[in-house]
Design a protein around this ligand. Structure first.
Ligand code: FAD
Ligand code: DLZ
Ligand code: SF4
Length: 509
């Protein structure tokens, strides 16, 4: 007879996770399980599943070495109950336990499943984050607008990161205006550190190939870190070789190089292989040593203690219905080229190719290429949300949904962003080398070869005029639209409609 089970989920692979801290190594039994319900509630990219299963197996081995008793269920175990509550029930019966210590999952779906589980389940706060739910609610209460920048400044003060005597280091909170350089001609960074699969990883790769080989995405080559030591080496490699230019080229995009100077650590951080503290401290130290400039380090730290924490706060503040928001009433189906079907739009094709290969694309590809297109084309935001949840190895609803439903699709009506992130082809042309190799001509606004982003941009503004024309940050856009001749406006709208019609019929666009 044991007193309690201790649940550790696939994205809770931190040795000091709350449930383990509260548990008794001598008495309690840790439960970890590879289950179909988690592996198939969306059709995850095979790399995401392989990464988590391999990291879970190694974490369980490490817990055993540390003296824990671990009941670990592999996906192919004949007794596998198929779901997290099912596995808890099975282990509870085997072990004669009735009580479960869990750390709150990062998705409402699973929080509710644990609430409904007929065992005595305690869900402890996931305190691997800087801001607790209460801390975020306190910040949000009585505010008319929940702008990330104000939240971020409080987090800087609370952590002391990049602070000097109560003032922001370098005299400014935000160095973003220095961080908008277009794609560089040459990249002097070879990309993230890669790891050769060991025996544990190889076994998982075979399993994932057999069970999830049909899912969208390339399983091999598989080079992700699957244990904390490797993840730390990957972090050090980034800090030394890429962080100095992270700020300058944060928004740039290059065909065939989806990494640029980005950190490529979100999977490790979100699954618990790295902590936000060690990442931010390493970045700050690089600045203090004079190895990286303030614009890079401030921009990087803002993503983590600012955006990441803010997004999580929004997800839990908004509640379980957040992913069904659709304020713009967009209802088109996600086109096949999001799943790798042919497209003549080089920017979209490239971002999808990077995604398929690596289960990764960087922020601006996600926001200003695939996200921008979906928003301009009026795609159902729930389908867009599911796509992002499926295809990226760092995707869990707590972080994916506010980025997609909020920031990218404006489906929450402006909680995350004060205006929609939309752009015509101009922005993509300025920040990338995509347009040079495209079937369409970014400089052409209408007629043969006109870039679809140009057509759809104006059609979006026209379609949502009632909602956006009084937005002070969008007035210029409407003034430009209104200055066009009636004839030109009519042509743009007709060609946008025609493009969408062809896309909906499944023609190659
Ligand atoms: P870098 O660009 O090097 O940034 C460093 C770290 O900052 C990241 O590892 C991440 O932890 C954090 N970060 C940066 N931007 C954000 C942000 N907007 N929200 C939260 N954290 C941020 N991030 C996820 O972790 N999971 C997702 O499912 C996810 N979905 C996204 C969907 C859309 C439409 C958009 C626009 C962004 C999404 N992001 C998501 C945020 C961001 O794109 C990724 O965190 C980033 O690309 C991860 O790569 P990196 O580690 O190289 O990040
Ligand atoms: C994403 C994922 C996958 C693919 N598989 C498992 C699994 O088999 N077992 C598990 O414990 N967790 C898995 N996860 C992570 C969970 O889906 C994640 O904990 C929830 O979505 C909450 O963030
Ligand atoms: Fe994308 Fe338009 Fe540029 Fe082609 S021309 S790459 S569709 S922005």
């Amino acid at each position: 007879m044991v007193s309690r089970l201790v649940l550790v989920l696939g994205d809770q692979l931190s040795p000091d996770i709350h449930a383990l801290r509260e548990a008794d190594r001598a008495e309690d039994v840790v439960v970890m399980a590879e289950v179909m319900s988690e592996a198939s509630y969306v059709r995850h990219h095979p790399k995401k599943i392989a990464f988590l299963f391999a990291a879970m197996r190694k974490f369980a081995a490490r817990l055993r070495e540390d003296g824990w008793t671990v009941d670990y269920t592999e996906l192919d175990d004949t007794e596998n109950a198929g779901s997290i509550p099912g596995e808890l029930l099975r282990r509870a019966e085997q072990r004669g336990a009735a009580e479960v210590l869990a750390t709150e999952p990062g998705e409402w779906r699973l929080i509710e499943a644990l609430n409904d589980c007929p065992l005595d389940v305690t869900q402890l706060s996931d305190d691997r984050f800087l801001a607790s739910h209460a801390r975020f609610e306190d910040w949000a209460k009585d505010r008319k607008e929940l702008r990330m920048e104000w939240f971020y400044r409080e987090m800087r003060r609370e952590t002391g990161l990049l602070m000097e005597g109560g003032e922001p280091a370098g005299g400014k909170w935000n160095f973003d205006h220095e961080n908008r350089k277009p794609a560089p001609g040459e990249i002097d960074y070879g990309g993230p550190m890669e790891f050769t699969p060991d025996e544990v990883v190889e076994e998982v790769l075979d399993l994932v190939e057999a069970r999830f080989g049909e899912n969208f995405g390339d399983l091999r080559p598989f080079t992700l870190a699957t244990e904390p030591g490797q993840a730390r080496r990957a972090l050090t490699h980034f800090i030394k070789n890429a962080l100095p230019k992270f700020g300058d080229y944060q928004d740039a995009m290059l065909e065939g190089n989806g990494f640029l100077y980005h950190a490529h650590v979100s999977f490790y951080l979100n699954a618990g292989l790295l902590s936000w503290q060690e990442i931010c401290e390493a970045a700050e130290e690089a600045w203090r040593q004079g190895d990286a400039p303030i614009n890079a380090v401030e921009g990087f730290i803002r993503q983590i203690i600012g955006w990441r924490e803010y997004m999580r706060g929004i997800y839990f503040l908004q509640g379980p219905d957040y992913t069904s928001r659709n304020i713009l009433r967009h209802d088109r189906d996600l086109p096949g080229f999001y799943w790798g079907a042919e497209t003549r739009m080089n920017c979209v094709g490239s971002a999808v190719r990077d995604t398929k290969e690596h289960a990764y694309a960087h922020h601006i590809q996600r926001l200003m290429v695939t996200g921008n297109f979906a928003l301009l084309a009026g795609i159902d935001p729930h389908q867009v949300h599911e796509w992002y949840l499926e295809v990226y190895a760092d995707a869990y609803e707590w972080v994916e949904a506010p980025n997609v439903i909020g920031m990218s699709q404006f489906a929450d009506g402006g909680i995350v962003g004060s205006k929609p992130y939309i752009s015509s082809g101009n922005y993509i042309d300025r920040m990338s080398d995509y347009c040079g190799g495209c079937h369409y001509d970014v400089k052409t606004k209408t007629g043969e070869g006109a870039c679809p982003f140009n057509l759809l941009y104006w059609a979006f503004l026209d379609r949502h005029r009632d909602r956006f024309e009084r937005n002070p940050r969008m007035g210029n856009m409407y003034r430009t639209w209104d200055r066009m001749k009636d004839e030109k406006r009519d042509t743009i709208l007709a060609e946008a409609e025609e493009f969408l019609g062809r896309m909906e019929k499944g023609e190659v666009v």
